[in-house]
Design a protein around this ligand. Structure first.
Ligand code: SAM
Length: 248
């Protein structure tokens, strides 16, 4: 070993790897191919591939769904077809989280995004129709994650949301000046209001404190505003955050 040998932490990091299981692979990269996240894809900071679930479908029609047991509207994605697609997807990615995008899942949080972003990547299953057979969720230990309390027509957009949130935290994706730790949710609070030039617009001015150059006062104002907004809009977030301003 030479003096220049690198430690594990110095070793170049393998690209963060997102693999999406979908019946609509043409939807990707979609919005993930533009702007900073798209640039990072091009620069191989992260990589993306899709597994077409229909490749594991049955008969010459590549069928992936069937009628719901017990009756009811719509169709359900079959456990046998999905398991074959999942097992194939895991062959060279056995140790990454296996996630089913699902309105029934735990809400996606910035804390979970941070964890996923710090890992090697994720395999994301995008459902369609009325959802997927429960047995494959149980048998393959799928983590169910929701992006909000509303129902989309498919899991692809939800997978894109999760991937976008993870990728922007990867080293080298945002500019060197980006301040991630002051963003909404990072401190448990929503972000304070932002302003830029011009100084006056349609009679509205920028708060004096932000033009004062007094960094201590600016930091205190921003913190107070973040607390005010969080109290007004998301009081549920405040439980874990120590107050720095008196309650009004
Ligand atoms: N019947 C399901 C229900 O009521 O919970 C909704 C199925 S939805 C029409 C089809 C697929 O869209 C789901 O399998 C899931 O993959 C995805 N999806 C819909 N809403 C979502 C959400 N809020 N978060 C994550 N995925 C969602």
């Amino acid at each position: 070993m030479t003096d220049e040998a690198t430690s594990d932490t110095d070793a170049p990091r393998a690209p963060w790897h997102a693999r999406v299981l979908t019946i609509f692979p043409d939807m990707f990269p979609g919005s993930l191919g533009v702007s900073l996240v798209g640039q990072a894809l091009e620069n191989e900071i992260w990589q993306l591939d899709c597994v077409d679930i229909r490749d594991f479908g049955l008969t010459k029609h590549r069928t992936v769904d069937d009628t719901p047991a017990g009756g009811g509207a719509g169709m359900v994605m079959r456990a046998d077809v999905l398991a074959a697609a999942i097992d194939h997807a895991r062959e060279d990615m056995p140790d990454v989280p296996l996630i089913y995008m699902s309105p029934r899942g735990r809400p996606l949080t910035q804390a979970r995004v941070r964890e996923l972003s710090a890992g090697p990547g994720a395999i994301l299953l995008a459902g369609r129709f009325e959802g997927i057979d429960q047995r494959v969720i149980d048998a393959r230990g799928l983590e169910e994650i929701s992006i909000g309390d509303y129902v989309l027509s498919g899991g692809e957009l939800a997978a894109m949301v999760l991937i976008d949130a993870c990728v922007r935290l990867l080293p080298g994706v945002l500019g060197a000046n980006a301040s991630l730790d002051e963003e909404s949710f990072e401190s448990g609070l929503l972000e304070y209001p932002q302003y830029t030039r011009p100084r006056e617009w349609e009679g509205h001015t920028i708060p004096d404190v932000l033009l004062s150059g007094d960094h201590k006062r600016m930091a205190a104002w921003r913190r107070a505003e973040a607390e005010r907004l969080t109290r007004e809009r998301r009081p549920d977030l405040l439980a874990d955050v120590p107050r720095t301003t008196p309650e009004k």
